[in-house]
Design a protein around this ligand. Structure first.
Ligand code: GLA
Length: 731
């Protein structure tokens, strides 16, 4: 037997929060699903060639609807631009033009004529009959019009623009990168406002499909102000502040300063200069980003931005202004991150919108959920992630019998029935209720970690085991009380219950003549439910739960609680067959008055820990996806719903994160595909949410999940795995 170890939930144990669970006064025993790999781990095939996003040319990128009442704010990135947004989009790319226009040397008294150059990015499928927003993008002190690399094939800004358009994150717009000097040296950066107003903007309006009504004899530049933006890095950031925001607010509305240079105005000056503009010239958005380890710009950017909104009523924090301090130096990392964020902020009223797996999942017929522990209620970062990213939560342990049963109170119980304590679970329910999350009740009956005293006389640790009749009465009472408690206190929040967990055994855990494979033991220890409630404890539990749901429905017809059988390795042969036989048996256990069978089990929960248990061999095996699909189809054929309840794509190797991300993509591609004609799968909940690279190999959860199984980093930042899943659902 495996050594007893403290169970520490992984994936939910990020940021140093470790949740050791004491089960009924004892330390939790061995992993419930230790020998998960019931089939020899097959060798992981080499990754198939990275599938370029198939050419789904979106001729016109559907603009996001503007009137959706519950729009979510854009979640700007703090650290990394997700890879999918810096990749080339096959058959979907904008074009670059090099232009030449007449201007003047505005920094000199003579203001003699000069010729200027710029690059113009036109979005994919640019159409002259349409109208486009325009961003004027400025370079740094040592650069010129080529600094943003529109002259190179590998141009990252172009890839970002193409990708954001490809995934429908932005309404495509034109980007112009001029030379920010008005024909002279450093002093001429400060006179660029005149060139912009007199020469560059008119040139662009005259030659491209912008929103302006250009007329060579003069036209109203202010009319299309909401369709112009200015942004820039370093010296270009200074220009965005001084020359853009403070000088050109009448002709443009959106501003992005990336590591604005030291000569940028400070916040007091900016606030006072904004007063020069008429109130109708509102600031659409001013976004200022800087790396905190930036020796050239941090203090000046901070001086310009910190507390700015408190000095002027033209700006309101978050609504139309953001000072974004992030880790980083004076580098391309910041200019690109700034560009990526600003590209999504510009030209939109706030609040802004971003893509979520949960929304795409709904489009594809299933809800998206995850696990939570009580500590998350008090952890803002984690709590926010739960609220923002998921529709469903499952309590890791707090709703299990060993957490709810109160031994001391039960010993004093006058009617001999057990007593429960709900404080921790209720706290989580309240969090769910307040944040519009639904809860999967998990779990009423589970032999693992179960309190032995529940089965003994007087609820003592060494009393004799009670008889079957008493045990059935206790179990029925327990199920009724628990289901009723949550529905009464938090109506409608628990939308389904896992009635029984992991009753189908492996290896020698079940009698060879039992087609249901119901376990009488787990790693040699007896299954107390099997012994004391009887070999039909699963069917009996479902009958009890159904009776309670019907009772609640009689009181309130709105009550809707589905009942699930939940197990691990359900996609593997022997386990799958056992589950099918067991569910058939549950659903032919009780007869209705008309003689037909009562459907006690509404659905099957597939835990879905995927890959080698505790080892890299067997991880990310495409064959598993086929097996999962096959099992979903077979379960669906039983006439029940199917949920993925505890998904963790295992990964123990940091160098494999890219392959891990692609595997997630393939998995979600399958989820989408099988639901195309009819919904076969109605929920996917993940158990390994975040990575946990520092986790000890001795942790229970190490083998269960692997340290790199997450969709999010340990800091709750979306990983590429997240974006691959999102991309798969969007295709
Ligand atoms: C099983 C249970 C879960 C959880 C995991 C381990 O899958 O169903 O509740 O305890 O084991 O993290």
């Amino acid at each position: 037997m495996r050594k007893s170890i403290n169970k520490v939930l992984f994936g939910i144990g990020c940021m140093g929060m470790l949740f050791a669970v004491a089960a009924c006064g004892k330390k939790e025993g061995p992993a419930s699903n230790a020998p998960e790999v019931t089939e020899a781990p097959t060798m992981t095939p080499e990754p198939t060639a990275t599938p370029e996003p198939t050419a789904t040319p979106k001729p016109t990128v559907t603009p996001k609807p503007t009137a959706v009442p519950t729009r979510k704010p854009v979640k700007i990135e703090d650290a990394l631009i997700p890879n999918v947004y810096t990749s080339s989009q096959k058959d979907f790319g904008g074009t670059i033009e090099h232009i030449e226009y007449k201007s003047k040397k505005y920094h000199t008294e003579e203001q003699e004529e000069t010729t200027k150059y710029a690059y113009v990015y036109l979005p994919p499928n640019y159409d002259e009959t349409k109208q486009y927003n325009v961003l004027y993008l400025m370079h740094g002190r040592g650069g010129n019009e080529a600094e943003w690399r529109f002259d190179e094939d590998s141009c990252k800004v172009k890839k970002i623009m193409d990708s954001l358009a490809y995934y429908g994150e932005i309404e495509p717009f034109i980007v112009v990168t001029p030379n920010g000097r008005t024909g002279g040296g450093e002093d001429s950066f400060y006179t660029f406002g005149q060139e912009l107003r007199n020469d560059l903007i008119p040139y662009i309006d005259a030659n491209y499909a912008t929103y302006a009504e250009y007329d060579e004899n003069g036209y109203d530049l202010t009319a299309a102000r909401e369709h112009r933006a200015m942004a820039g890095f370093s010296m270009g950031g200074m220009q965005t502040v001084n020359v853009g925001l403070c000088e050109s607010l009448d002709i443009m509305a959106y501003f992005g300063a990336f590591a604005a240079a030291p000569t940028s105005y400070d916040s007091t000056k900016i606030a006072s200069l904004l007063e020069n503009f008429s109130e109708e010239h509102e600031v659409g958005y001013f976004y200022s980003i800087c790396g905190t380890e930036d020796p050239q710009a941090y203090w000046s950017a901070k001086n310009a931005s910190e507390g700015l909104a408190s000095k002027t009523d033209r700006l309101t924090d978050v609504k139309n202004f953001m000072w974004h301090q992030v880790p980083g130096t004076h580098s391309e990392h910041i200019s690109h991150l700034g560009f990526y964020n600003f590209a999504q902020i510009a030209f939109r009223g706030t609040p802004l919108e971003m893509s979520y797996i949960k929304d795409e999942a709904i489009e594809n017929g299933f809800t998206f959920g995850t696990v939570m522990v009580r500590g998350h209620v008090h952890n803002k970062t984690y709590g926010d992630m739960l609220k923002n990213e998921f529709q469903i939560v499952t309590a890791a342990n707090e709703m299990k019998a060993y957490s709810l049963l109160d031994q001391m109170a039960s010993q004093k119980s006058e009617d001999g029935m057990p007593v429960m304590k709900y404080r921790e679970a209720d706290e989580m329910m309240k969090f769910a209720q307040e944040n519009g999350l639904k809860v999967r009740g998990h779990v009423l009956v589970w032999d693992n970690y179960m309190c032995d005293w529940f089965f003994r006389e007087g609820y003592t640790n060494n009393g004799a085991y009670v008889d079957e009749e008493t045990m059935k009465a206790r179990l029925k009472y327990y199920i009724d009380e628990v289901v009723t408690h949550f529905e009464t206190e938090f109506p409608g929040v628990v939308y389904c219950w896992d009635v029984v967990n992991e009753a189908v055994g492996d290896g020698n855990d079940y009698k060879s003549d039992d087609p249901r494979h119901v376990r009488h033991s787990r790693y040699g220890a007896e299954n107390l439910f099997y012994t004391h409630v009887g070999p039909e404890y699963v069917e009996f539990s479902f009958a009890c739960a159904k009776e309670t749901v019907e009772k609640l429905q009689a009181q309130n017809p709105e009550v809707s609680i589905d009942l699930y059988y939940n197990d691990y390795n359900t996609f593997l042969g022997g386990k799958r067959e056992g589950v099918i036989a067991l569910v058939e048996s549950i659903n032919s256990y009780v007869k209705n008055e008309d003689g037909s069978y009562k459907k006690l089990c509404d659905g099957i929960g597939m835990q879905s820990y995927i890959g080698g248990y505790g080892q890299q061999a067997g991880c990310m095996n495409d064959n598993d996806i086929k097996k999962i699909e096959q099992a979903i189809r077979m379960f669906h054929d039983l006439g029940v719903k199917v949920h993925v309840t505890e998904m963790s794509v295992r990964n123990f190797d940091k160098t494999q994160v890219e392959k891990h991300a692609k595997f997630y993509g393939k998995l979600f591609e399958m989820y989408k595909r099988i639901n195309e004609e009819e919904v076969l799968l109605s929920n996917v909940s993940i158990w390994g949410i975040t990575d946990n690279p520092n986790m000890s190999k001795n942790d229970y959860s190490y083998a269960m999940n692997g340290p790199y199984c997450g969709l999010f980093t340990q800091d709750c930042v979306r990983k590429d795995a997240y974006y691959e899943a999102l991309k798969a659902l969007k295709k």
